[in-house]
Ligand binder design. Structure first.
Ligand code: AMP
Length: 395
C-alpha cells in the first residue's frame, strides 16, 4: 500500500500555513503559506520537489486560497490524501486529545473562543472553509493545549478565588503542547529510553517561548498559563511581570487596558529590551558589535529561561535530559551555552564543540562527557499533527 498523506493546516486571521505530510517520508511533499489574505497583495507561496512557487491572489479569503491549493494537494498526494489535520490553539478543559471535527466539536471549539479570542476564531475560519472544500475527507483538530491537560491541579491553579476557576475557566492551560510532545518522544528514542519511563525538561524557543516538565510522556508543568503571555521572555512578549504593573501603568500614565495588552504582547520581550529587534539572529549580530540593548536582551532572556527551567525541575522525579528546540533552541549555540551556564547547580555543562556544530536542522547531544544529557531536537509540529490525525482515523 502506498504511504498515506495528511494535509496539515494552520490558519491565522490572515494566513494559512499548510504542509502535506507523508507518514514514511520526512520532507514534506508540498508545503507553503498563503498570507495577507483579504488584502490586495494576498498571495500564496509553496515549495514542492525543491522548487519554490508563488501566485498572487488579490483579495482572496481563506476559502479562495484553499480552493487554489486543492488541485496541488491532490496531485502531490497521488490519490492517497487520507484526511486533514487542523491546528487549533485552545481546547480549554474540554479537549484532552485530538478529536474528529463535526458540528458538536466545532461548537465546543467556538465555546472556547473567549480563552483565545485572536486564535480560535481564525482556526475555525480555516476549518469551515476546508470542510466545505473537502467534504468527503475526515477532518481532525489537534490542540496546542491538550498535552498539558495532565498537569496536576497544584500546577494549573492560580492562587485566586475558586469561582474564577469554576465559573470562568481562569487557570493555567499551557501551549506549544504539540512541540513539547514531539521532541520529548524523539528525545526518548534518541536516548534509548522508554517514553513512559523518562523525565525531561524542554525549552521550546521560537518567536513564542515556553518550558515544560514531561514525566513518563505526560506534561506535568509548563511556563505558559491562561494565555501564551505567561512565563519566559519571548520575541515581543514580556513573559512574567508583576500583575500590579497593569494598575500602576493605568494610574501613573493613564494607559488603557488595550494599550497595556499591546505593550506586553507586541512591544516587549527581546524587542522591548533591545529597542532593536525581536529576531535573535539580529540581536546576536548586534551584540557582537557591542550593541548595549541587544546584549542586555540576551542576558535577560537566558537568565529568565534558566530560572524557569530550574523551577520546572520541581515537577521531575529525576532528570533524563534537557531538550532545546524551536528556531532559537535549534540554532543558537550562544543562547544554549548562556542558559546552561546558569544551571550549574544541576551539574549541567555543554561540550562547546558539539554545541557549536549542532545547528540548522541537526539533532544530537551537546552535553559535556559525564554531565546530564542536553539534546538539540528540531521540532516538527506538522508531522505530529499528521501522526495524531492518522492515529485518530485508525481508532
Ligand atoms: P520559530 O518561531 O521557531 O521559527 O523561531 C524564530 C526565532 O528563531 C527567531 O528569533 C529567529 O531569529 C531565531 N533563529 C532562527 N535561526 C537562528 C540562528 N541561526 N541563530 C539564532 N537564532 C535563530
Amino acid at each position: 500500500m502506498p504511504a498515506r498523506n495528511i494535509l496539515v493546516i494552520n490558519c491565522g486571521s490572515s494566513s494559512i500555513k499548510f504542509a502535506l505530510v507523508n507518514e514514511e517520508h520526512e520532507p514534506f511533499a508540498l508545503s507553503g503559506m498563503a498570507e495577507r489574505l483579504g488584502d490586495a497583495d494576498a498571495q500564496v507561496h509553496w515549495q514542492q520537489d525543491g522548487h519554490k512557487h508563488s501566485l498572487p491572489l488579490p483579495y482572496a479569503d481563506h476559502s479562495v486560497a484553499l480552493a487554489q491549493l486543492l488541485p496541488l494537494v491532490e496531485a502531490a498526494a497521488d490519490g492517497q490524501l487520507l484526511g486533514i489535520g487542523h491546528r487549533v490553539v485552545h481546547g480549554g478543559e474540554h479537549f484532552t486529545a485530538a478529536c474528529a471535527l463535526d458540528h458538536s466539536t466545532i461548537a465546543a471549539i467556538r465555546a472556547t473562543a473567549p480563552l483565545a479570542p485572536l486564535h480560535n476564531p481564525a482556526n475555525l475560519l480555516g476549518i469551515e472553509a476546508a470542510m466545505s472544500l473537502f467534504p468527503s475527507l475526515p477532518h481532525v483538530a489537534v490542540f496546542d493545549t491538550a498535552f498539558h491537560q495532565t498537569l496536576p491541579e497544584h500546577a494549573y491553579r492560580y492562587a485566586l478565588p475558586e469561582p474564577l476557576y469554576r465559573e470562568h475557566g481562569v487557570r493555567r492551560y499551557g501551549f506549544h503542547g504539540t512541540s513539547h510532545r514531539f521532541v520529548s518522544q524523539r528525545g526518548a528514542e534518541m536516548s534509548g529510553l522508554a517514553l513512559n519511563a523518562s523525565s525531561w525538561l524542554v525549552a521550546h524557543l521560537g518567536n513564542g517561548c515556553s518550558t515544560c516538565a514531561i514525566v513518563d510522556g505526560q506534561s506535568r508543568d509548563t511556563s505558559m498559563g491562561l494565555t501564551p503571555l505567561e512565563g519566559v521572555v519571548m520575541g515581543t512578549r514580556s513573559g512574567d511581570v508583576d500583575p500590579n504593573m497593569h494598575s500602576h501603568l493605568a494610574r501613573t500614565l493613564g494607559w488603557s487596558l488595550q494599550q497595556i495588552e499591546t505593550l506586553l504582547n507586541k512591544e516587549s520581550g527581546l524587542l522591548g529590551l533591545s529597542a532593536l529587534s525581536n529576531d535573535m539572529r539580529t540581536l546576536e549580530q548586534a551584540r557582537e558589535q557591542g550593541h548595549v540593548g541587544a546584549t542586555l536582551a540576551i542576558e535577560v532572556f537566558c537568565y529568565r529561561l534558566a530560572k524557569s527551567l530550574a523551577a520546572m525541575t520541581c515537577a521531575l522525579p529525576r532528570l533524563d535530559g534537557l531538550i532545546f528546540t524551536g528556531g532559537i533552541g535549534e540554532n543558537s549555540a550562544l543562547i544554549r551555552s548562556k542558559t546552561v551556564s546558569h544551571l550549574q547547580l544541576f551539574n549541567l555543562r555543554l561540550d562547546e564543540t558539539a554545541n557549536a556544530s549542532t545547528v540548522r536542522g541537526s539533532a544530537g547531544p551537546i552535553n559535556a562527557h559525564g554531565h546530564p544529557r542536553v539534546l538539540v531536537i528540531p521540532t516538527n509540529e506538522e508531522r505530529q499533527i499528521a501522526l495524531d490525525t492518522l492515529a485518530l482515523l485508525e481508532a
